[in-house]
Design a protein around this ligand. Structure first.
Ligand SMILES: Nc1ncnc2c1ncn2[C@@H]1O[C@H](COP(=O)(O)OP(=O)(O)OP(=O)(O)O)[C@@H](O)[C@H]1O
Ligand SMILES: [Mg+2]
Length: 355
């Protein structure tokens, strides 16, 4: 259905009413969403269109009852007394459905028709209402994220770092554990697969946002000293012997500097997380045409073939992110590893892409 492709909420609402009309037909219909304060419903789309903007405060209306019951209400003729509300539609049948995602109610879809709804019509409308709710939720989240990204890009450096820290320490771990939970639930169906894929994307995008924020140490120290400081800190924490061979890379663009720093730090982080190494060798080599960064450990190592051709461990993003970042600079990231034989990560980037 096209409603997944709407570019704005208003377009989405219109598409929902259109889809309902195409599929089940009606004399009139409307879509209402719950106001941010939660104390009223506002008509966001209607056919005919004259109701748009109408507010329905919390009360005994059919719409609010639908939301409270979390169940569709189908009315034939005048409303049942049990509903405790007068109902004045001059159409024989009225179907009111909640738009919900999990526990959250976003609004209601209201369809009025002369023809008897039978059992298929409510069923279809229910699916449509569910899809609409998902689309609304997605758009709202997307809006939040865009707002957030906008803030990240517009604020001063200090503010951006603070936001980045919140993302890194707050949002990212939540996304990662939600992803892990879904994966370990052992449920296999299309929706779970889709949700897992979406979360994976959310994690990647969060990382990308984080990637746009320049680490403070780079400005203070420059690339070589910043990488070295990170490596030494990890060596102290993890008890490695660290061997360093660091050439001066010469002038680098800010972008190249950030990329190389992040990639090196991710390689070191992996050593810290996975290798249980004793010795780690960190080299930055200025070759004739290329700049090379090697991170080699004598730790556990791992089977590089086990995750298929792409060599990406499902649900893990470090190596993938490294490859993507390095590829962006026209370079290559090679991982050489075998169980019991340690791991070497070699990043090679053409020097003419670094200025
Ligand atoms: N230096 C290393 N020593 C041993 N195993 C490693 C090393 N580097 C990577 N691995 C293995 O490769 C896997 C994939 O690494 P990757 O960086 O993509 O993911 P991760 O570190 O598990 O999670 P993430 O980086 O997303 O937080 C790791 O889970 C680990 O099994
Ligand atoms: Mg990693």
């Amino acid at each position: 259905m096209r409603i997944g492709s709407a570019a704005s909420l208003d377009e989405l609402f219109d598409l929902v009413l259109e889809a309902a009309h195409e599929a089940v037909g009606y004399e009139s219909a409307s879509l209402m969403t719950v106001d941010p304060a939660g104390d009223a419903l506002t008509v966001r789309a209607s056919r005919p269109g004259r109701l748009v903007g109408t507010r329905v405060p919390v009360g005994p209306s059919i719409s609010w009852q639908t939301l409270e019951r979390r169940e569709p209400i189908i009315i034939e003729g005048p409303a049942d007394k049990a509903l405790g509300t007068t109902y004045t539609k001059d159409v024989p049948f009225s179907i009111c459905l909640p738009m919900m995602v999990a526990a959250k109610t976003h609004g209601v879809l209201n369809v009025n028709r002369t023809a008897h709804p039978g059992s298929d019509v409510p069923l279809f409308l229910r699916i449509l209402a569910d899809q609409a709710a998902f689309a609304i939720e997605r758009m709202e989240l997307y809006g939040d994220l865009q707002h957030f990204t906008g803030q990240l890009l517009s604020q001063d450096e200090e503010h951006r770092r603070r936001l980045a820290r919140d993302l890194h320490d707050g949002l990212a771990p939540i996304l990662v554990s939600a992803h892990a939970q879904l994966q370990s639930a052992g449920v296999e169906n299309e929706q779970v697969d889709k949700a897992t894929a979406l979360l994976r994307r959310a994690i990647r995008e969060t990382r990308e946002i984080l990637g746009t924020v320049r680490p403070a140490t780079l400005d203070d120290l420059g690339l070589v000293a910043a990488i070295s400081a990170a490596a030494r800190e990890m060596a102290t924490e993890s008890g490695w012997t660290l061997e360093e061979a660091l050439d001066d890379p010469g002038p680098l663009s800010r972008e190249a500097e950030s990329t190389l720093y992040r990639v090196a730090v991710e390689a070191l982080n992996n050593v810290k997380k996975h290798a249980a190494a004793h010795e780690v060798r960190l080299a930055l080599l200025k070759n004739e045409d290329t700049l090379e960064i090697d991170v080699a450990d004598d730790g556990h190592g791992f089977e590089t073939e086990q995750w298929g051709e792409a060599g990406v461990r499902p649900g893990h993003f470090g190596l993938l992110g490294m490859r993507e970042r390095v590829a962006f600079l026209g370079g290559l990231c090679k991982v050489q590893s075998k169980p019991g034989e340690g791991t070497t990560v070699r990043i090679v980037v053409p020097r003419d892409r670094l200025r």
